[in-house]
Design a protein around this ligand. Structure first.
Ligand code: ATP
Length: 329
């Protein structure tokens, strides 16, 4: 059953409840602290010096394109792999040296959820509840109901989305101080996502902290208050959600009835790459420029209009590539 530790971060503790090291994780100490964390896999430099601080009570979105190093960071924080260099800690304790004790305080939902194929959802709840000395936490059934998860089916019969739901139930039911979630809602349908967000809100209102990784801004913007942007193994920006949203790039296409001049559109601050092709105006605009841009569009008889949020990676390239600081504009 060793894998259960990877699902929810349970397992035998190296720290007794009265352990002095445990008590150090108190007021004023960040819940998560990474300083210059590096990780090499052979020739691959997955992390190139990650600096990150997440304070108690924050819902922190950890955003980056595929391969940026999000999962690697989370696995280091969970003590599942060891950093090659730098310091990674939770509650003021080294994430690797104190991993067993820290698992009691953290609920972890990995990207690829490891479950026991023959055990049902209820079996998993009972097992993890037992490991944490909680018996059968009454909250588990309520969480499963809210997420529309059937606890009677063996794990091998569960879809990807249902496996994620079960991992979430197991992570949340232990009432952890910190939830570490690796792209948790990618397999969930919109109604269940809403319930999942409500569960995160409730965790936050109890004073809990969340670290949520994703490669799409829309996934984290509903819940995160602050966002760190990871690119090629480095945190290239840490922003309040509002500031990052204002920068999020949109592709705008407007088809007009007659001929238009591109100049007034190109003059809108922030709008870039304006071109007119076959009577269709195309341009890219950060969210903060959408209102003045659409007002300029409204001066002309319009046939069709589309506006789609760009992939996060494009926003990275537009604003963050080649920058080293955390306040990149
Ligand atoms: N066990 C491993 N062995 C070799 N290379 C690895 C290993 N784990 C990760 N990598 C590499 O490290 C880099 C960062 O991977 P990581 O999975 O952390 O990125 P990510 O941001 O989580 O991406 P995704 O969103 O696709 O999961 C990638 O180049 C990946 O191929």
């Amino acid at each position: 059953m060793a894998h259960a530790a990877y699902v929810v971060g349970s397992g035998p503790s190296a720290l007794s409840p009265g352990d002095g090291a445990c008590e150090r994780g108190g007021v004023g100490i960040p819940v998560i602290e990474c300083a210059g964390v590096t990780k090499r896999f052979g020739a691959t430099e997955a992390l190139r010096g990650v600096d990150l601080v997440v304070e108690a009570g924050e819902v922190f979105g950890y955003l980056g394109p595929n391969g940026a190093g999000k999962t690697t960071t989370l696995r280091i924080l969970m003590g599942l792999t060891r950093a090659s260099g730098g310091r990674a800690g939770l509650f003021g304790l080294d994430a690797w040296a104190h991993r067993d004790g820290l698992h009691r305080r953290v609920g972890y939902v990995p990207g690829d959820v490891a479950l026991y194929p023959r055990l049902t959802g209820q079996d998993h709840i009972d097992y993890v509840g037992h490991l944490h000395g909680l018996g059968r936490p009454p909250e588990a059934a309520v969480l499963a109901e809210r997420l529309d998860l059937d606890l009677g089916r063996p794990a091998r019969q569960l879809s990807r989305g249902n496996r994620q739901k079960l991992a979430l139930v197991l992570a949340v039911m232990i009432r952890p101080e910190l939830l570490v979630l690796d792209e948790p809602s990618s397999g969930l349908d919109p109604l269940v996502q809403r319930e999942f967000h409500a569960i995160l809100d409730e965790h936050g209102s109890r004073g809990g902290t969340v670290l949520l990784s994703s490669h799409v801004l829309s996934e984290v913007q509903r819940v995160a208050t602050r966002i760190g942007v990871l690119s090629a193994g480095r945190v290239v920006a840490v922003e309040q959600l509002g500031a990052l949203r204002a920068k999020s790039l949109h592709h705008v296409e407007a088809q007009f009835e007659g001929r238009v001049d591109v100049a007034p559109f190109a003059a809108v601050p922030g709008v870039r790459d304006v071109r007119l092709e076959d009577g269709v105006l195309r341009c890219d605009a950060p969210q903060a420029s959408l209102d003045p841009l659409l007002k300029a569009v409204a001066h002309h008889p319009l046939v069709d209009l589309t506006c789609t949020e760009a992939e996060l990676e494009e926003t990275f390239l537009a604003y963050y590539s080649g920058t080293g600081g955390t306040d990149a504009a």
